[in-house]
Design a protein around this ligand. Structure first.
Ligand code: G
Ligand code: MN
Length: 390
């Protein structure tokens, strides 16, 4: 650590200054030291991230463009250790995109080079004040000290997603043939325990925002591949997020699940549009060549008009639970389900009804000709591949 110029008075705060240009680093450090700050300087993002893992600073001032880990990456690394420390980013090459990302990741300010010394000093003074305020606020709101509470920026979300992925497990729910009283397959469902990302939808939402969906999909497929050995009957349905189709790992013949593809049905939901994926048809064809079969999940939810059936030519369709709920006592659902069953049978597709909760729903569906059923009535999803109750 360089020595504060005004050794006589209390330092006004500890600053970490990160810039790869030695001249600028030296000049800015001098400005801050003369104003009474203790300044620590480093020239690259990785060393800066290392420092923040062990040393507490009052303010971090960092260039955005750095060798190795860039300023945004550094900001993410900082937030792993310290959710409060204010970060002021500097750039010689402003672009709306990085400014927006910097703010999303919890940067306090964004200074465009060259800037006046006074602007830097004013920003640092303000940052120190805000930092103190943030600490007081956190202690007041949360005396027990859960360090990741109360922060809504992407860096926190990123951290939570790491933690959630660490806690990721799978639960399995049987799909049954009512006629044969037999389990025909299990569906693999993602489970997480995280206070801020409490259900699979929250994890997928966070992953989508952070551009980390492929990590979730890979973890799910890796777990499913491992658990297949324990799967009674050996057929497994695995959910895909439509954007997983963009992940080359899915199509990699050497990927863990690909090696068991002939025992796996990939469920693609009707809820989100497939239009965002380039080359859907080619990719679906490649999945089939690996041996996978395709199911349309949540069919009949929303207003999709069943176009995905024409588009993907699935082997299997799964009726959304909104069609199933209360079907035993509904003016139109039985006719709709009956008509859909006719059409899909004509097309040679296998139909599964999801979300069956009551014996009356089951009996109505069976009466309409739907034999394959799934839902809490038979078994709740569980890591142990639960046996259904008949
Ligand atoms: O979109 P998808 O069909 O993959 O969603 C399956 C989800 O539905 C899982 O989270 C599972 O726990 C839940 N689920 C399974 N069976 C039932 C059921 O009978 N009722 C309700 N409400 N949810 C169910
Ligand atoms: Mn599903």
């Amino acid at each position: 650590m360089t020595v504060a110029a005004h050794a006589t008075s209390e330092p006004r705060g500890a600053v970490l200054l990160v810039d790869d240009e030695p001249g600028l680093r030296y000049g800015l450090a001098r400005v801050l030291e003369r104003a009474g700050y203790v300044v620590d300087t480093v020239g690259d993002g990785a060393s800066a991230a290392e420092r923040t893992a062990t040393i507490r600073y009052d303010v971090i001032v960092s260039d955005i463009r750095l060798p190795g880990l860039d300023g945004i990456g550094f900001l993410r690394a900082v937030r792993r250790h310290d959710l409060d420390v204010p970060v002021i980013l500097m750039t010689g090459d402003p672009s709306v995109d990085t400014a927006a990302r910097a703010v999303e990741y919890g940067a306090l300010r964004y200074l465009v080079k060259p800037f006046a010394d006074e602007l830097l000093l004013a920003s640092v003074v303000q940052a120190v004040q805000l930092h103190r305020l943030a600490r007081v606020r956190r202690q007041a709101l949360d005396p027990g000290g859960h360090p990741d509470e109360h922060l809504g920026d992407l860096a926190s979300l990123d951290l939570w997603l790491d933690q959630a992925l660490g806690s990721l497990t799978m639960a399995y729910q049987p799909i049954v043939s009512w006629r044969d009283r037999r389990v025909v397959a299990y569906e693999a469902l993602l489970r997480v325990t995280h206070p801020h990302l409490p259900h699979p939808g929250a994890v997928l939402g966070a992953a989508e925002r952070l551009d980390r969906l492929s990590e979730v999909g890979r973890a799910v497929r890796r777990n499913a591949a491992t658990d297949l050995a324990r799967c009674p009957g050996g057929e497994l349905f695995v959910n895909l997020h439509p954007l997983d189709l963009d992940d080359d790992d899915l199509l990699d013949a050497a990927a863990p699940l690909s090696r068991h593809a002939h025992r796996v049905v990939l469920e693609i939901t009707e809820r989100t549009a497939l239009e965002r994926v380039a080359d859907v048809d080619t990719r679906i064809a490649a999945l089939r060549r690996l041996g996978y079969r395709i199911a349309i999940d949540d069919l009949g939810a929303g207003y999709s008009g069943l176009t995905s059936v024409a588009h993907l030519e699935p082997e299997i369709v799964k009726f959304d639970m909104s069609l199933v709920r209360g079907i035993d006592n509904h003016p139109t659902k039985p006719r709709l389900v009956s008509a859909m069953l006719d059409v899909f049978e004509d097309m040679g597709l296998t139909v599964i009804a999801e979300g069956v909760e009551t014996a009356r729903e089951r009996d109505t569906l069976v009466g309409l000709g739907c034999d394959l059923l799934q839902g809490f009535l038979f078994a709740r999803p569980d890591p142990t591949f639960p046996e259904p109750t008949w």
